[in-house]
Write a protein that binds this ligand. Structure first.
Ligand SMILES: [Zn+2]
Length: 371
């Protein structure tokens, strides 16, 4: 008679804890340098396996599907959406986790003041690892936008270029702890939101909700998100407030209108404008393309697509109660993902899209040719 197998349970436990351990670990794993983020493979071996075992014909189908319809391919992706650098989860998932942490903290420390709760919550959510990762991607995106401006010597004159550079350089990334960093926006610690703001003192800064840092570990999503927010420092309406709109912006905005990225009546800065959001998406798609080009050297075609999907995965409608897209300033995802990102020629080249739609993509034109 065969003896019972006492080793089965320990082995099963090891396998299960291995699977879930790596799953949860990947939430906190921070890439060390801004190189192709291959180390993230270690934190999610299942992804690597799936990617390498995929038969070749299917890879090209995935590429074809994204190239033909970036919006649908991105928004039909199941959650969590995984690329070689990390994951994107629904907005609500980070918020639920943050609120649960707060509830547990209040239950375990009934004598704490609201300030003490916020302080400790900020420490728990904005860990060194998460802060470092965000800061690295922020600095990388900022440097790339500066580089992009420097490359446009035929587009911006010296005065314009200097103003753009100064404004980009002035943008900082503000994150707790201490919680008083967000003193007048303390809810942000549990929110999935990232935004740019110009303070009454003229300070330019980005703020990052704690829930965003918990929902998103993908470098590609962070690059797109941070580049979008940094670009607001030089968007047409911010430059108008600053008193210096680069001349080449006029033909760019005209192109935004001509390609139906914005409606004619929403091109002018003011309460109904959408031009600043379209501009920020347009810059972000440029910077994301640079990120993918630099970091995806060893990627399979499918991995490149997963990175493209994750760059804008959170811009989709999310079929979750309480989640609504703010469409008063932003375009809908069909335009943001499908056109502004998806039709960018550089991206289509990196992804090896067979039918490029390069003819109609908006670009800055040199001062000579725009006159
Ligand atoms: Zn924006």
């Amino acid at each position: 008679m065969e003896k019972s197998k006492p080793w089965i349970i320990p082995v099963l436990l090891i396998v299960i804890s291995g699977l879930f351990g790596s799953y949860f670990y990947s939430q906190g794993s921070a890439p060390v340098v801004l190189q192709p983020p291959v180390e993230a493979f270690d934190s999610n071996p299942l992804v690597l396996e799936a990617a390498t075992e995929e038969p070749q014909p299917q890879l090209s189908e995935v590429v074809l599907a994204y190239c033909q319809n970036p919006y649908q391919t991105t928004c039909n992706q199941r959650w969590p959406s995984v690329d070689p650098s990390g994951q994107v989860r629904p907005d609500v998932s980070g918020e639920v986790r943050a609120l649960r942490m707060m509830r547990t903290m209040v239950q375990e420390n009934p004598n704490w003041t609201a300030d003490q709760v916020q302080e400790n919550l900020a420490i728990m959510i904005y860990t060194d690892q998460r802060r470092e990762r965000a800061l690295k991607v922020f600095n990388w995106a900022k440097a790339q936008i500066l580089q992009w401006v420097a490359e446009k010597s035929d587009v911006f004159n010296d005065i314009e270029r200097q103003a753009l550079v100064e404004r980009i350089q002035a943008v900082t990334l503000s994150m707790p702890p201490p919680a008083r960093e967000y003193a007048e926006a303390v809810d942000l610690i549990t929110k999935n939101a990232v935004y740019y703001e110009r303070t009454s003192a003229g300070e330019l800064r980005l703020r990052v909700g704690g829930a965003y840092l918990m929902s998103t570990t993908s470098w590609y999503n962070m690059v797109f998100t941070f580049a979008h927010e940094i670009a607001h420092a030089i968007d047409p309406c911010e430059m108008k407030s600053f008193g210096l709109v680069p001349r080449s912006y006029n033909s760019l905005i005209q192109c935004f209108v001509d390609t139906d990225w914005i409606e004619e009546e929403r091109r002018n800065c003011g309460s109904l404008e959408q031009v600043s959001e379209v501009f920020a998406d347009w810059v972000a798609s440029e910077i994301f393309s640079r990120a993918l080009s630099q970091w995806s050297v060893d990627y399979t075609p499918e991995e490149k697509i997963s990175a493209a999907i994750n760059s804008t995965r959170d811009l989709c409608e999310q079929s979750v109660e309480g989640h609504t897209l703010n469409l008063s300033y932003h375009q809908g995802p069909k335009t943001r993902i499908g056109k502004i990102l998806g039709q960018r020629p550089e991206l289509q080249t990196i992804l090896s899209c067979p039918n490029k739609t390069t003819n109609h993509y908006c670009a800055l034109t040199s001062m000579e040719s725009s006159q």
